[in-house]
Design a protein around this ligand. Structure first.
Ligand SMILES: *Cc1c(COP(=O)(O)O)cnc(C)c1O
Length: 376
């Protein structure tokens, strides 16, 4: 007998939405610009292995991961030929995996460059790397003031071939304004310095999703969309038509349905007390699944196409919602935490606002206990 381990709490990923989002982003760039699909953090919770396979079939030839382990996962998922760029650095013990799995590292300083070069000494090979400069985010990369020294040292490392120059914008939402213009002019200066030192970069890249959508002048040779691929507009959906479609629906069921009298406390510490005879549904999803505890007494979910409020504290494994005002709710009814149900929809943006965070965090916190199911 086959024992089913599945759980009713599932993140349903719509491959058709991923494909259509990719097509929409392609419409917005010059055909000569490469798309590097950012699939770090398990493809923002959507499952890196499957997302990468879907996008590769659509012709994506470049993937971005944050860590070496993420790159290994994508390669082992059967993504054989595309470039896998490690965006967020690496340590000495990861160098072997970078070579074995044919990843392209982003070099953040001269020490990292030396780690790669040392490994190559014996082999006569050379590897392509991208160099990241810090144009103002103050997070990763070679600070502008050190770029000349860095480049002088790079000339001694014969195994490394600088193919790309990149930087990261100081905002994932606001891509207009003085700070971004300053970053842009620093980026151009970095480009000049590289050329002067004999490393004219073939692949220059700076744009995240927001810049892909709103700043064609920042596309350069390659763009690095993450969030938009998953159907979410950084900064919320714009007025008017917005063709990107959220790829994920997080759904569960009504596990138990109970009628409770007025004055009955709900959940830990009784932060909600019924004020009328109430119908309370308990859902098998909690903060251990990545449904933030901060959503206690704040969020809404969809049942039978209507919104029901979360009541009481979200606990580790369960969440309660008040369905008194919704007609005909039954045990096992489908519940949508975010995504579409019929013509109703709860956006991840809304959930993020209730939780006082950003869609990125809501998606990437989705727990391992939540199964991913792929449709279309
Ligand atoms: C995460 C990341 C991106 C993607 O950002 P989005 O806002 O999700 O498009 C692009 N570049 C780098 C370096 C990143 O770390």
């Amino acid at each position: 007998m086959k024992i089913r381990k599945s759980r009713p709490t599932v993140a349903v990923i719509d491959r058709a939405a991923l494909r259509s989002n990719l097509a929409e982003l392609r419409r917005r760039i010059d055909p000569r610009v490469t798309i590097l699909a950012v699939v770090k953090a398990d493809a923002y919770g959507h499952g890196a292995a499957e997302v990468a396979r879907v996008l590769e079939r659509e012709g994506v030839r470049s993937f971005g991961v944050a860590t070496v382990a993420e790159g290994v996962e994508v390669r082992e998922a059967g993504v054989v030929h595309p470039d896998i760029v490690v965006l967020a650095g690496f340590t000495a013990d990861q160098v072997e995996a970078i070579f074995r799995f044919r990843m392209t590292p982003v070099v953040l300083d001269i020490d990292m460059a030396r780690l790669l070069d040392q490994r190559l000494r014996s082999s006569m090979r050379s590897v392509p790397v991208h160099v990241k400069v810090d144009t103002g985010l103050g997070r990763l990369g070679v600070p502008m003031g050190e770029l000349t020294d860095f480049l002088r040292e790079m000339k001694k490392l014969r195994g490394l071939q600088i193919v790309g120059l990149c930087s990261h914008l100081g905002s994932a939402v606001h891509v207009q304004g003085e700070t971004i213009e300053r970053q842009l002019s620093v980026f151009h200066r970095a480009e000049e310095l590289l050329a002067i030192h004999g490393f004219p970069p073939q692949v220059r890249h700076l744009a995240n999703s927001a810049a892909l959508i709103a700043r064609p002048d920042l596309h350069f040779d390659l763009v690095r969309p993450g969030l938009a691929l998953y159907g979410i507009y950084p900064g919320g959906p714009p007025e008017g038509p917005h063709p990107l479609r959220p790829a994920m629906t997080l759904r569960t069921i009504v596990l138990q349905l109970r009628r409770l009298p007025a004055g009955h406390g709900i959940g830990y510490d009784q932060t909600f007390v019924t004020t009328r005879d109430s119908l309370i549904a308990t859902l098998p999803i909690g903060y251990a699944d990545g449904y933030p505890r901060r959503l206690s007494n704040r969020a809404e979910v969809l049942i039978r196409g209507e919104r029901a409020p979360v009541v009481g504290r979200v606990s580790m494994d369960t969440t309660m919602v008040d369905v008194t005002d919704i007609e005909g709710v039954e045990r096992n009814d489908e519940v949508v935490m975010w995504g579409q149900q019929g013509s109703a929809e709860i956006l991840v943006d809304e959930v993020a606002a209730w939780a006082e965070t950003i869609p990125y965090e809501i998606l990437t916190r989705l727990g391992r206990r939540v199964q991913r199911a792929y449709v279309n």
